[in-house]
Design a protein around this ligand. Structure first.
Ligand SMILES: [Zn+2]
Length: 257
């Protein structure tokens, strides 16, 4: 593509807008908030994911840089933009955290992403290991109106194809960081029954391994062996027994079956 712009996201394609500082003045007048750019949306989403994974603890520049695969210098200059737009604050020695409007924007992007994933899975018959990459691009291109229509079409689902909760449009009550700490399959002692409710590692390879092993969402089973300090545990799924690495089991969130 012949693009005269520089400095944008190389994968962003024609839907991308150039990064520009959002004026704090505009932000104080809600009707005139400019549509946040793809890059701004990706930053607030990433900061939200890092801080909620560590129970609200601030993110470091290094964490953000490695999550977005950019240099720390790039992150530092983007943080100034986010600060000027009052979406995030960056305190030396403390780290980066989102403001309330930054958090709401992050939840809006996450809501779009998760509804799109479920929409692609249900309507186009895509697999749970395929939908993330598609939704990653589409989440910046769809309007809130379209997302609300998709939400209604799907019957206002509570979770996406990986078991991740879908934030509601009206409030931010169902956010990852509001949920109780998840119990993983690796924590279940021998004899306990479980049902898989969420997958934390959503790389395509791991999801395909789960599909091949019959460990999809909703799967119920019983822990046969889970010795302390061992690298392997053994579970029973119906008539089938399966050896499972503790590391893999630690990425499966379960409810009591
Ligand atoms: Zn998902």
């Amino acid at each position: 593509m012949d693009s005269g712009r520089t400095g944008g996201n190389p994968r962003s394609g024609s839907a991308a807008m150039p990064v520009r500082p959002l004026s704090p003045l505009l932000l104080s007048q809600p009707r005139e908030i400019p549509v946040p750019s793809l890059t701004v949306e990706n930053y607030v989403k990433t900061i939200h994911q890092i801080t909620s994974a560590q129970q609200g603890g601030a993110a470091t520049t290094g964490q953000i840089a490695s999550a977005l695969d950019v240099s720390p210098g790039t992150v530092t200059s983007m943080l100034k933009t986010l600060d000027a737009a009052r979406l995030a604050t960056h305190r030396p020695y403390e780290g980066v955290s989102l403001t309330q409007s930054g958090r709401l924007l992050a939840l809006r992007v996450i809501r779009r992403h998760r509804l799109l994933e479920l929409f692609l899975l249900r309507t186009l018959d895509m697999n749970w290991d395929e939908v993330h990459d598609e939704a990653e691009h589409m989440e910046h291109a769809v309007s809130d109106l379209l997302v609300d229509r998709i939400d209604a079409y799907l019957g206002h689902p509570r979770v996406d194809p990986h078991g991740d909760p879908i934030p509601r449009a009206d409030d931010d009550a169902v956010a990852d960081d509001d949920l109780p700490p998840p119990r993983s399959l690796a924590d279940c002692p021998a004899g306990s029954r479980f049902r898989i409710t969420r997958v934390l590692d959503q790389s395509a390879g791991f999801l395909r391994y789960l599909t091949d092993s019959g460990l999809v969402l909703g799967t119920e089973g019983e822990v046969e062996r889970n010795p302390d300090g061992a690298a392997l545990m053994r579970v029973r799924l119906g008539r089938r027994a399966l050896a499972l690495a503790i590391e893999a089991a630690g990425k499966l969130v379960v409810a009591e079956g």
